[in-house]
Ligand binder design. Sequence first.
Ligand code: ZN
Length: 300
Amino acid sequence: MHESNNKHLSFVKQAKRILANKKRRKFFIRRITILACLVLVLSSALYMLFRSQPSNPEPVKDSKDITNEKSNRSITRIMPETKDNDIKTYLNDKPVVIDAGHGGIDPGSNNGDLVEKDINLDVALKIGKLLEQEGIKTILTRNDDTFMKPSEKIGFANENDACLFVSIHCNYFDDTSVNGTTTYYYPSDYKDAGNLPGKEFATMIQEALMNHIGTRDRGIAPGPKTIVLKNSKMPSALVELAFITNPSDAALLASENFRQKAAEGIAQGIKKAVEILYSKADTGSADTGTSSENNTIPQP
Ligand SMILES: [Zn+2]
């Protein structure tokens, strides 16, 4: 009786132990499952967060990556059409970088509803398209309303080993009678990357631009404090298309026809520069053109 009682007790004990073990295992598995779910939710949330961040401060290093992420990235690589003759002429493995000035939280200047960042983007996209048609490899710093610091923009051009850099802007001034078009360059001897000094590059753009648009020619001007010019490792220029604060210039800046003509002029100037950079022939020294006459205008 005693023995069987003991046996019974030990059996109950054992059964309890097995039950407890089972419970523990169940509890453990449930915890692991909850933990795994949490990790999954957290990581996907983090992924969505970083994916939707428009101004990625990390400049894109490989231009090949840019092509694959067209819709989400602020930077788009415009692929040139492969035309045998053009490739033979330019062989520009180094891209031209076109920068639409300002963007995102930085609208630039404005005149009522006419906002500089929008004009700059439209003209930059048009230039990109034209260069693409010419078989010139081109990258834009932004292809939508995205903010990038000027230092990031020129850093992007430097990292992509650009052969040329052009920034598109509109000018402004308190005196609304001031109007016209200016192209800025960085005044330095050591900036003569390739065999094309920045001053000559600016002259080419300004001259080609003036052949296409009917604004007042303010000539080229030095922009020693302009970050995108100062920090560039390649010939660079900053174009002030016209004065957004001047009524007749503003009307031009608002028009599709003017923007197209301006883009054609700038693209032509860039094409000339690319031809010089990629031709073996000695180009000699180009005329440095006119200089700025109104020093009271704020520099870009
Ligand atoms: Zn600007």
